[in-house]
Design a protein around this ligand. Structure first.
Ligand code: ZN
Length: 335
């Protein structure tokens, strides 16, 4: 049993309380490579932002759970080395699908876990979430739960259709489970193809797809039911057109990729939404830089040569999200 506190990590409680009060959101970036980790830490340190580094089941399978945990521990030390005296880094399990997986992560030093019982019948979701909360809280680990179903694909999490969270259920769910934050469904979705072209309209000038707006009415209803309770948005990449264009210009094929417009995420950040998950944008930033570099330098084969611009491009994206979208820059509780 390793306590996250010994690794210099923090749970989400204080940072969420401050974010809800301050009208901003904490970035939750998925990672599974060293370059992503470095870019996340550099961006957080330079902007003086708290940050959630999250690991999905797929990332654990790809990189190995032990390695990822040591990388998060390394991230804390790296942040200090970069000049941040009191880094606020959360190591979070994204989409835990069983009690055993959550327990395993807690026992190896995670400071926060998500238990996603959203595909289960309501009462089963409550029972599973409650079980995880009871275990996690013994070790002061925070728990995110999910109510409502998102459409799209994220590693092994896939759903054909979305079901908005029912505001009338949130009080009962939060009270009976004791969860620390709640992921809701208001129209965001996983992946780089968040909407089918037929769900969108087309901008007459650019011909680009314009996605349907998020269900802010549902969000506001939930906020009324649970004032000040931390809300989480999954699947909130904006799928930047310039990255998609770069990928397509250098041999990629991402037709009609579409994400959540940043203005809407900016608006959501000002509400009780205090954690915004961004994964696809990092993948796109990395792939765009690598494709471009290799196309322009066909004789190069040292991975450092193309991973360096990839890391730079991800870092630029992370800083942009922190400063221009979520507003978490300068929000470390201890400067
Ligand atoms: Zn998710």
């Amino acid at each position: 049993m390793v306590s996250y506190k010994d690794l210099g990590l923090v749970n989400t409680r204080a940072m969420f309380a401050a974010a809800v009060k301050g009208g901003y959101a904490i970035p939750a970036f998925n990672f599974n490579t060293m370059e992503q980790m470095q870019a996340i830490v550099q961006a957080a340190v330079e902007t003086k932002s708290p940050v959630i580094m999250q690991v999905s089941k797929g990332a654990r399978n790809y990189a190995n759970a032990t390695i990822l945990r040591y990388m998060a521990q390394g991230a804390v030390e790296y942040a200090k080395e970069l000049g941040c005296a009191h880094p606020e880094i959360v190591l979070h399990l994204d989409h835990g699908d069983s009690f055993e997986l959550c327990k395993d992560c807690i026992d190896m030093g995670f400071s926060s876990v998500m238990i996603d019982g959203s595909a289960l019948p309501y009462e089963d979701n409550i029972a599973l979430t409650k079980k995880v909360v009871e275990y996690a809280h013994k070790y002061d680990v925070s728990v995110e739960a999910e109510l409502g179903v998102l459409a799209g694909v994220e590693d092994e999490v896939a759903s054909e259709v979305s079901h908005y969270t029912k505001p009338e259920e949130v009080i009962d769910f939060a009270t009976r489970t004791g969860c620390d934050s709640l992921a809701i469904s208001i129209g965001t979705s996983h992946g780089a193809y968040k909407f089918k072209p037929e769900q969108c309209t087309r901008d007459p000038k650019t011909g680009k797809l314009v996605p349907p707006p998020l269900a802010f009415d549902v969000l506001h209803e939930i906020e009324k039911k649970l004032p000040g309770f931390p809300i989480v948005l999954h699947g909130s990449s904006s799928v930047p057109q310039e990255e998609v264009d770069t990928i397509n210009a250098f041999g990629g094929k991402l037709p009609d990729a579409v994400g959540i417009p940043e203005e809407q995420l900016r608006e959501a950040s000002k509400s009780a939404v205090c954690k915004i998950n961004i994964d696809s944008d990092s993948r796109l930033a990395m792939t765009a830089a690598i494709r471009k570099y290799l196309a322009e330098n066909p004789s190069h084969f040292d991975p450092r040569q193309y991973l360096k611009p990839a890391r730079e491009n991800m870092k630029k994206m992370y800083i942009h999200k922190i400063v221009d979208v979520l507003g978490s820059d300068g929000k470390l509780l201890q400067q």
